[in-house]
Design a protein around this ligand. Structure first.
Ligand code: TYD
Ligand code: ZN
Length: 417
């Protein structure tokens, strides 16, 4: 039993993965002996409903100057962030000379859209290597972890913000009480804090247990977010589902009483209660589904091995670290993982030490089966891999269920965001 980081209530652990390495900790062979492991388990707070890791890793160990995740590797994500920016500009930035802040702005994939329109903006990004990429494309970036002191400094230098944005960032921040305090300081009285993260409802519905890793400290529901915001008199005024990262939710947050609350908020709240997001038993059911998913995936992989088929991993995602380590998938079952990120190539996957090779290693010698670790980019990848399909290449996915399919299968056309 742990303690809830939000309300100090009792945290009931419902899924224990055991010892895990850092999800984005791709490493060289010389580093194997010093690899860092921690205990990964997830709990549900019976008081405020927040689903969260029981033990966290120091953020400085995760987000540093060799952080290998660059947001701009996916064209679909670039389009998504372009639409996000246009939406904010049209609907939120009503004042003259508005100011936009983004938390965890990575390589500037979102803020670039504001920079190009000469809108005052500031990215706050702790990993210097990705921040440098942002700066080189004209995105004003501060290399810091965001907290109340930084919020004060930003307000002094630039004034309060019309919009504070964050995509796949808030669920990474261990001290959310401090974050909410900082947001309350940074936002203008009618300003909006708009953030999106993988949604608990999609994780449960798709048994997407691979979303659970060190960087994702929290798995948000509207119920838990609403409880969190209360302390600093903030409230959710709209919720908009997003078809990215396997199904995310965008929460629009304002100071209490400043905005009309959209109908979608009440509807989602009722749906979460009906679906049991406020009850511990729901999460125990999830654990049983995760165990079954692991057994099915291992059964398919050992069968393929028996048949002498070549299996290669497609995309060395952070999510894949949970899957390979939890299921015990090593290079015995998966020859290598192909990935387009230069920083990962030539290294090995965390914990299981499967070689990570460039994308060309996949295209130059197609395997019989590609284990799709980036299932959230299914459509983009299917469009890209017509030649693999012509060569009779098959896909193995494990979300929303374990399934082996080829180009003729309707699963290829089914949305899986
Ligand atoms: P993503 O699902 O965003 O990863 P994460 O689980 O880390 O959040 O996928 C990004 C990774 O996938 C990145 O290492 C690049 C790789 N990738 C490919 O190799 N090929 C592709 O076609 C795509 C879309 C991603
Ligand atoms: Zn709590």
């Amino acid at each position: 039993m742990g303690v809830c980081r939000i309300c100090d209530g009792n945290l009931e652990s419902f899924l224990d993965f055991g010892r895990m390495p850092i999800a984005n900790g791709f490493l060289s062979a010389e580093q194997f002996d010093h690899e860092y492991f921690f205990s990964l388990s997830v709990g549900f707070c019976c008081t405020c409903c927040m689903v969260q890791l029981v033990e966290t890793v120091e953020p400085q160990l995760l987000f540093h100057d060799q952080y290998p995740f660059f947001s701009s590797t996916s064209t679909r994500m670039k389009e998504h962030f372009h639409r996000f920016a246009v939406d904010v500009q049209r609907n939120v930035l009503q004042d003259s000379d508005p100011f936009v802040v983004e938390l965890g702005s990575n390589d500037g994939i979102l803020l670039r859209n504001f920079a190009e329109r000469n809108i005052r903006h500031l990215g706050i990004e702790p990993s210097n290597n990705v921040a440098d990429v942002a700066r080189s494309s004209g995105v004003n970036t501060l290399s810091r972890f965001f907290n109340p002191a930084v919020a004060d400094e930003v307000v002094q230098e630039y004034g309060q913000a019309d919009a504070v944005l964050a995509a796949n960032v808030v669920c990474h921040i261990p001290d959310l009480r401090e974050l909410v305090e900082a947001i309350a300081t940074l936002l203008k009285p009618r300003g909006l804090f708009i953030f999106e993260d993988p949604y608990l409802g999609n994780i449960l519905a798709k048994t997407a247990y691979d979303q659970i890793y060190d960087e994702h400290v929290y798995y948000f529901s509207l119920a838990a977010i609403s409880n969190l915001l209360e302390a600093h008199r903030l409230e959710v005024v709209d919720v908009i589902p997003q078809a990215v990262h396997g199904g995310s939710m965008r929460y629009v947050v304002g100071h209490q009483g400043q905005h009309k609350v959209a109908e979608s908020v009440g509807k989602l709240r009722a749906m979460e209660v009906a679906d049991g997001f406020t009850q511990a038993e729901t999460f125990h059911r999830f654990r049983r589904a995760v165990e079954q998913s692991r057994n099915e995936l291992l059964a398919v992989l050992s069968d393929l091995k028996k048949q002498g088929k070549r299996v290669v991993g497609y995309a060395a995602t952070s999510k894949s670290t949970t899957v390979t380590n939890y299921c015990g998938i090593t290079s015995e079952l998966v020859e290598f993982i192909s990935d387009t990120t230069p920083d990962k190539q030539g290294k090995y996957s965390p914990g299981t030490h499967i070689p990570v090779r460039p994308y060309s290693a996949f295209t130059e010698n197609y395997p019989d089966v590609a284990l799709l670790f980036a299932w959230n980019h299914l459509h983009e990848i299917m469009e890209k891999e017509a030649n693999y399909h012509k060569a009779n290449g098959k896909w193995l996915v494990f979300v929303p269920k374990v399934q082996l399919f080829d180009a003729n299968d309707p699963a290829i056309h089914r949305p899986n965001a």
